[in-house]
Ligand binder design. Sequence first.
Ligand SMILES: C[S@@+](CC[C@H](N)C(=O)[O-])C[C@H]1O[C@@H](n2cnc3c(N)ncnc32)[C@H](O)[C@@H]1O
Length: 149
Amino acid sequence: MNYIGSKLSLLNFIESGIKSCVGSDLSNYSFCDGFAGTGVVGAHFKQQTKQIIANDNEYYSFILNKNLICNNFDIRELIPTIEYIENFDIREGKIYKYYAAGGGNNRLYFTDYNAIKIDTYRQAIESIKKDIGEQKFFLLTSIIIRTSR
Ligand SMILES: C[S@@+](CC[C@H](N)C(=O)[O-])C[C@H]1O[C@@H](n2cnc3c(N)ncnc32)[C@H](O)[C@@H]1O
């Protein structure tokens, strides 16, 4: 995710700093990502450590980390859900109202088209969230990442 403050470009530096302290085998260590943000640091260490503990006080980060750290399902399982979302009736919502010109609040962050698309996908996910379990974190992460480029 494109985010000022992301440690994506520092992953090798962080890893070599940790390994110079505790050695190169991290398999018996837990990794605590105290300000997890985008989740890229925890995700980087996921394969090498015993467990990841991710903490952040923002809900965006909870979503990204639930997806990056916890989700392990086969992505092909999502095909029917994605078809449902793609065919959901187009509807305006908060993104259109508050972040696009057409919403009447003098905002130009998204084009009207993209804002309505985000609103539609968001509401489609909301309508089935009880049925799709942890997969909703994958879908919400997809919206966050695609709309923050
Ligand atoms: C620089 S960013 C994230 C860096 C992260 N390592 C990454 O690569 O994306 C810092 C994060 O710290 C979180 N944060 C700030 N103060 C916090 C606090 N008191 N408790 C928990 N999280 C906090 C913010 O919500 C933000 O997501």
